[in-house]
Design a protein around this ligand. Sequence first.
Ligand code: FMN
Length: 220
Amino acid sequence: MGFFSKLFGTQQKEETTMENVKVAVIYYSSTGTNYKMAQWAEEGAKEAGAEVKVLKVPETAPQGAIESNPAWKAHVEATKDVPEVTLADLEWADAIIFSIPTRFGNVPGQVKQFIDTTGGLWFNGKLANKVVSAMTSAQNPHGGQEQTILSLYTTMHHWGAIVASPGYTDPVLFTTGGNPYGTSVTVDQEGNMVENVEPAVKHQAKRTVTVAGWVKQGNQ
Ligand SMILES: Cc1cc2nc3c(=O)[nH]c(=O)nc-3n(C[C@H](O)[C@H](O)[C@H](O)COP(=O)(O)O)c2cc1C
């Protein structure tokens, strides 16, 4: 077996469909990139057989800040009907896929604010064994994409979650920047995605569902 065959040797198993896996795709987005990625993740997870909810992290920025940025204002308006994530959603989910933009190489304050409300769930062991995976975007390819995902994964380790990063489990990873921690995309000055990450997002979502299915089955 060659190097790449070995590298991708688990692909067939990973694409096995998984029923009854519940996935929360939780995103924060100011200008729409991470909402789009969340929608692709929803499609990928559904194709893998999962039940999926797309949920937004509550906005905490002052209204004045939103109003001062037309793209931000338009995105808030366009997604006003997307449900906000609650602690009950976290408890419901077998798997969680996060999509969040970088903020100086770290998670957005809005996301940290939400994460810091999960202490009660954590204390009661309700976050242990959640299968999690994360995606991100940034203005620059080296503007903190990897670091943002790893920052979020730090918290996931404290939760006792099981991180299902994509690694190099599919050739598609090599066409989208090759970030093994999670899909990441560069956004240009006009807010357009530079790389076509849709296939990588869908692969990551399917893999997350598959790993969650294994964990769920093994836990029954
Ligand atoms: C406060 C702030 C900090 C940011 N920091 C960085 C950064 O360190 N590196 C970078 O490449 N982009 C940075 N960006 C750009 C965002 O990551 C980019 O706008 C975002 O990924 C777009 O995603 P969205 O459309 O889902 O909001 C920053 C943006 C803001 C508002």
